[in-house]
Design a protein around this ligand. Structure first.
Ligand SMILES: [Zn+2]
Length: 333
């Protein structure tokens, strides 16, 4: 398959074009945009200001951190606790497909860092239907699927929404999410925002296909209650990793210190979830590109990983992704 010689995006990526030397249009556009992007320094000032203004407005917690037990959210909790000295509530959305080893990692890390923890595991009947419907049916527009699988979009939406819902209920002023710098299309509004700026009706429409196929109950997991959107002050949703720095080898060093080990029964693109593998395989079958192509290409552009490493993750020569996907597909059926 033809791939960009600079990043890794394939010729099958929606809307992509290649110039005569084999460089893709996403790379070329990135080069042009770079000059206009908000500087990291400016974002760091903004982040520090928001943290300082919201620190201690709640007596128990300064921030709720969405904690999947993966390496990125583990690193995020570590940094917010050690460098920002925040009072943290770790919040785990258990999607039902996290390997046992992930729960051991969660226990090790949180005991070392002395952080309160809350787990929410939705009822199995609905979660199974949400994921099997996301896998099999056309639920989301291609404009979203360029950046991730349908299963991941559903899961991440539940994570961010239920984190925010919990923060509102507990009057916690900030929700912190550990997205990697590759998960952004690079605009300031994706890094620090308030989730009440998009009209309720518009959001509801995005998840309507899923609710129509399953049940109205789906909305509880994907949206706040209508009244909750009127909460004032409304909590911030913040993705600090692109701002505070993201060095994978440094992250793995800290993980080891915290007693965190990479589970061996997950695909190369996940460090905590088995469902991810099924998301990848279904996405490739339907759309003929890898749901991590964009994120990996972005990490290459940002100089965080090498092009070879990115290729290894999306081509998965071990075949592990397909094996895990087959197991999970059986569990969902
Ligand atoms: Zn490229």
């Amino acid at each position: 398959m033809q791939r960009c010689i600079s990043c890794i995006l394939p010729v099958t990526f929606p809307g992509i074009e290649f110039n005569s030397s084999g460089v893709c249009s996403v790379c070329e556009k990135y080069k042009e945009q770079k000059a206009y992007l908000p500087s990291l320094q400016k974002l760091k000032v903004k982040l520090d200001k928001i943290i300082n203004e919201n620190r201690s407005t709640n007596t128990q917690y300064d921030a709720l951190v969405a904690f999947s037990g993966g390496k990125d959210s583990t690193y995020l909790i570590y940094t917010l606790k050690k460098e920002y000295n925040l009072k943290i509530l770790a919040f785990t959305f258990d999607n039902g497909f996290m390997p046992d080893h992930t729960f051991l990692n969660i226990k090790n890390v949180l005991e070392k860092l002395d952080v309160d923890h809350l787990i929410l595991k939705p009822r199995y009947d609905i979660i199974k239907r949400i994921f099997s419907t996301s896998a099999e049916e056309d639920i989301f527009p291609t404009s979203l699927l360029k950046f991730g699988s349908s299963i991941c979009i559903s899961c991440i939406r539940m994570v961010t929404n239920l984190s925010l819902k919990t923060a509102i209920e507990k009057q916690i002023p900030m929700v912190m999410i550990g997205n990697s710098p590759g998960q952004f299309i690079q605009s300031e509004n994706e890094i620090i925002y308030k989730d009440n700026r998009i009209p309720y009706g518009l959001k509801r429409r995005l998840f309507k296909p899923l609710a129509d196929k399953i049940s109205e109950d789906v909305y509880y997991y994907f949206l706040l209650d209508k009244e909750q959107y009127k909460t004032r002050p409304f909590p911030y949703t913040i993705n600090p990793l692109p701002i505070i720095g993201y060095d994978e080898s440094q992250i793995y060093k800290i993980m080891t210190k915290l007693g965190w080990k990479r589970p061996d029964d997950v695909d190369p693109n996940s460090s905590n979830c088995q469902l991810n593998a099924l998301g990848i395989i279904k996405h490739q079958e339907k759309l003929n590109f890898h749901p991590y192509d964009y994120e990996m290409s972005m990490l290459v552009r940002l100089g965080i990983i090498s092009r070879d490493e990115a290729l290894r993750r999306v081509e998965d020569p071990t075949g592990q992704t397909a094996d895990i996907a087959a197991d999970i597909s059986e569990k969902l059926s």
